[in-house]
Design a protein around this ligand. Structure first.
Ligand code: DGT
Ligand code: CA
Ligand code: CA
Ligand code: ZN
Length: 584
């Protein structure tokens, strides 16, 4: 077990103790322990193996023993007993927006409420409002939170689905009876959240492929299994559908099951206009719905289908009936960004604020990934919940980064860390740091982290004022949404885009699968106005570098090309671009 996994378990123990009503200092001890682990700059396994954890501030004897047990055995009896001593639904209840461990404990003790379903019933019966410290308002808020969760229970974050889907595709590719295979549906179109995962396979031995599919290690449960299709539940509780077709049918099935439904409808109409019939089995020379292979137009791939219908190939991400037909008819679809065009990320965190990695770790990891640069933009002082930096700490961080860059230069490396800040936009649109400090930083991202309930006009004004600051390079996560979790705050995005166009400010495409913010539907407008995009990981851990690939998918969905995206530039060009707004 590595330090992140151990830290997560310590945090969970803290919550469990709070649910049990233990002394708050105990909870605090686990939280401190988790933070102490996060701050370690060497692999935890190594430190434990060499018995060097003792004496680390924040880690007392009791914690030391537990951490050692976790690292060496991968388990912790204390944690498992603690977890078993509480109803499993209680932890799940904490996922309801507005419900913390203290309130959950009261609900459990006074009303025997131990699951989201029971909480809903209790709210609807008015029992929660009667509890001391709750009241009508809290009850209504909890009910609203539950409904919000329910509404999204069947939707999933793209990032989680992609990991499972890639594993299954790799396995399918290796199977001798699989001729061609692909993901389809919303996942292939790179939608920000997805309902289920779809696969299309061509094979001469469908039964064999189906049997192989349902036995994949990521499959938890088989819902339906037939001769040419199957539906399963995979890790994360996500449904996955597989269809097996002949290789002649494959391009048609792939196009059909990739969708979107809206895109398919227009494709069918275009077929009819040409005296043809299009369905999942083929494009047929027939006036009625058919499956007759002798009437099928031969198309060896999807591109051939598009060509037959008078269109250039439409990449899956653009198949949303969002203008792709007009452009494809004229052969004017843009050449979309490739994720490998991205050279680094300009909004990320380190363990100086709420990230997990040290500056050194970040430099090594990102350089090893083959990137050219990586900006460390920790939170500013007002974001105290995220351990925002004071101006003095920012200055210290500048020196620390300079030190690392000096060493890299000495070793002949081209990779550089960039300094920066994700500076809070305060209530009136003023920034959390003054201009003198911002002027010292390579990269300034300005974001809203508070005042989510302000009016649309107010929030719009705040963002525009931030964009007007000459030291602000870009606006971060424009709407503050957390997909499947928190609605965006109200903001007139078009007005903000206009202001960015007028001031030469970039807009971030936050590539975290929990955000994907600004939304893909607005990038065509931004591009029209000449506003550049920055695809940022907003990384808090090393593995978040992988968000670049997901973010590129969303950028493609927004019709963006390499030229539209700032962080496709090499470092010298990027430095010039970063200097441009300041010199105006
Ligand atoms: P999801 O799973 O809700 O995120 O969205 P999709 O787009 O993956 O939808 P899904 O899984 O229900 O179906 C996959 C594709 O199959 C869908 O994008 C288009 C096609 N499809 C499914 N049902 C219909 C339909 O009734 N009419 C048409 N034209 N296409 C359909
Ligand atoms: Ca789907
Ligand atoms: Ca499906
Ligand atoms: Zn942020």
């Amino acid at each position: 077990m590595d330090k992140d996994q151990v830290a997560d378990i310590l945090l969970e123990i803290g919550v469990l103790l709070e649910l049990k009503g233990e002394n708050p200092f105990k909870t605090r001890a686990y939280q401190n322990g988790a933070r102490a682990l996060e701050a370690l700059s060497e692999p935890l396994e190594k430190i434990v193996a060499e018995d060097r954890l003792k004496g680390t501030p924040g880690i007392g004897d009791a914690l030391l023993q537990k951490i050692t047990e976790l690292v060496t055995t991968g388990r912790l009896a204390y944690y498992e007993e603690l977890k078993a001593s509480l109803p499993a639904g209680l932890m799940e209840m904490l996922e309801v927006p507005g419900l913390g461990p203290k309130k959950a404990k009261v609900l459990f003790e006074k009303l025997k409420v131990a699951s989201i379903a029971e909480l809903k019933t209790a709210c609807e019966a008015g029992l929660v409002a009667e509890l001391a410290g709750f009241g009508e308002k809290t009850q209504a808020k909890l009910l609203e939170g539950i409904k919000f969760k329910e509404q999204y229970a069947t939707r999933h974050h793209l990032g989680r689905a992609v990991i499972v889907a890639e594993g299954i595709i790799e396995a399918l590719r290796e199977h001798p009876s699989v001729t061609r295979c692909s993901t389809a549906g919303s996942l292939r179109r790179s939608k920000e959240v997805i309902g289920d995962i779809d696969f299309v396979v061509s094979s001469k031995e469908p039964a064999e492929v189906i049997e192989y599919f349902v036995r994949q290690p990521s499959v938890l449960n088989v819902i339906a299994q037939g001769g040419t299709k199957a539906s399963v539940i995979v890790q994360g509780g996500i449904q996955a559908d597989l269809r097996v077709v002949t290789d002649q049918e494959y391009p048609f099935a792939l196009a059909y099951f990739t969708g979107s439904k809206e895109h398919n409808i227009v494709m069918r109409q275009r077929a009819i206009a040409r005296g043809l019939r299009l369905n999942e089995y083929g494009l047929f020379r027939a006036s009625e719905e058919t499956r007759d292979p002798t009437l099928r137009e031969a198309c060896q791939d999807e591109a051939a289908i598009y060509e037959r219908l008078g269109l250039t190939y439409v990449p899956p991400e653009l198949r949303e009936d969002h203008g792709e037909f007009v452009a494809a008819e004229k052969g004017e679809l843009p050449r979309l960004l490739e994720w490998t065009d991205l050279r680094g990320s300009l909004h990320n965190h380190s363990n100086w604020s709420d990230g997990r990695q040290t500056l050194d770790e970040i430099a090594v990891t990102m350089m090893d990934l083959g990137l050219d640069y990586w900006a460390v933009t920790d939170h500013s002082k007002s974001s105290f919940q995220a351990h925002g930096l004071s101006p003095e700490r920012v200055i210290e961080q500048l020196a620390a980064v300079a030190e690392i860059n000096k060493r890299l230069a000495g070793e002949g490396e081209e990779f550089r860390l960039l300094t920066g800040s994700e500076v809070d936009i305060l209530t009136e649109g003023e920034l959390d740091f003054d201009d003198d400090l911002l002027a010292k930083l390579d990269v300034v991202v300005a974001s809203i982290h508070q005042g989510f309930t302000a009016s649309e006009a107010e929030t719009t004004r705040r963002l525009i004022r931030a964009a007007e600051n000459r030291y602000v390079h870009m606006l971060g996560h424009l709407t503050g949404r957390l997909l499947l979790e928190r609605e965006p705050y109200k903001v007139n995005q078009h007005a903000v885009i206009d202001a960015c166009a007028a001031t030469g400010t970039w807009i971030e495409l936050n590539a975290s699968p929990y955000r994907f913010d600004m939304d893909w539907r607005l990038w065509q407008y931004a591009k029209e106005k000449g506003v550049k995009c920055v695809v940022n990981c907003d990384a808090h851990r090393a593995e978040h570098a992988g968000f670049l690939k997901l973010g590129a998918g969303i950028a493609r969905k927004g019709w963006l090309t390499k030229q539209d995206v700032v962080n496709t530039m090499g470092l010298p060009a990027l430095r010039k671009a970063l200097a441009a707004k300041r010199s105006n």
